[in-house]
Design a binder for this molecule. Structure first.
Ligand code: GLP
Length: 260
């Protein structure tokens, strides 16, 4: 697992955006796995800037989002579809039909989830999956106890996640208690995983995910089993890592090897 620590939130977010931009330049029809939450907003801001100022072209990119609240239609202001349209899709040149966010209003979720997995496979699989992390170490909505082999399915949210997400809703009672989410197995199928975490609130989760045992109690720890997983952090999110010095040394060695 590659661990990159940048000096602040801006720099970590930019670094994540540049990885995505580099892929899109190299592979204009790349398939991106995207995330929601407070964390990726700055990263998306940098992608928008690169589109506007440097002509980064998203016209052939395809995207699949990790998850959606069950019970919220795509036009609900707190839906993840709405979030993506506002913070990214509406501000770059991606055709909306190339973007996929799980639907929060299906009758038959077994069928829907299978179709979502099929659509990812039909697109050729995800080239790069962007991830955030919950305070308990979850990725997407794979709460503690989720199978590390899980696929797209419905998941009940823990009280901690409901409380954390209440800040986006007017009233805590309005936070949905169920979500449709890619599974840990779905995420691990991506060719590359990029987890972005910023702020002191994520330091404990990052410590568990990066240096703790691989366990379904901290689903982000499954990334330790991925061949190409990178965790990009700001100083605050990295603060509890025990092997920080070693990560920095590895990163310096890597950069020295790459630069002429
Ligand atoms: C939710 C989302 C996750 C996200 C997490 C953290 O649980 N399903 O994908 O990583 O929130 O969000 P934030 O970045 O707002 O801390």
């Amino acid at each position: 697992m590659r661990v990159v620590v940048e000096e602040d939130t801006e720099a970590a977010s930019r670094w994540a955006a540049w990885q995505i931009a580099e892929l899109v330049r190299r592979k204009p029809d790349a398939v991106l796995g995207l995330a929601t939450g407070g964390t990726p907003i700055r990263c998306y801001g940098e992608l928008i800037r690169l589109h506007r100022e440097e002509g980064l072209d998203f016209s052939r990119v395809r995207t699949f989002n990790l998850d959606e609240y069950v019970g919220l239609a795509g036009d609900h202001p707190q839906s993840y579809r709405c979030f993506m349209n506002e913070h990214l899709f509406g501000q770059i040149n991606i055709p909306l039909e190339n973007t996929h966010v799980p639907s929060g209003t299906e009758d038959d979720y077994d069928r829907f989830c299978e179709a979502y997995e099929d659509a990812i496979r039909a697109a050729g699989g995800i080239d790069l999956q962007l991830l955030g992390i919950g305070r308990d170490g979850h990725i997407a909505f794979n709460e503690p106890g989720s199978s590390l082999a899980s696929r797209t399915r419905l998941k009940a949210l823990t009280q901690e996640t409901i409380d954390d997400n209440a800040r986006f809703f007017n009233d805590a009672d309005q936070v949905p208690v169920l979500a449709v989410t890619m599974g840990v197995g779905t995420i691990l199928d991506a060719a590359q995983c990029l987890l972005l975490a910023v702020g002191a609130g994520k330091a404990s989760a990052i410590r568990m995910a990066v240096e703790g045992p691989v366990t379904s109690q901290v689903t982000a720890s499954a990334l330790q089993l991925h061949r190409q997983a990178t965790v990009v952090l700001d100083e605050e999110a990295a603060a509890w890592l025990q092997r920080r010095e070693y990560y920095d040394r590895s990163e310096r060695a890597r950069r020295a090897r790459l630069s002429p």
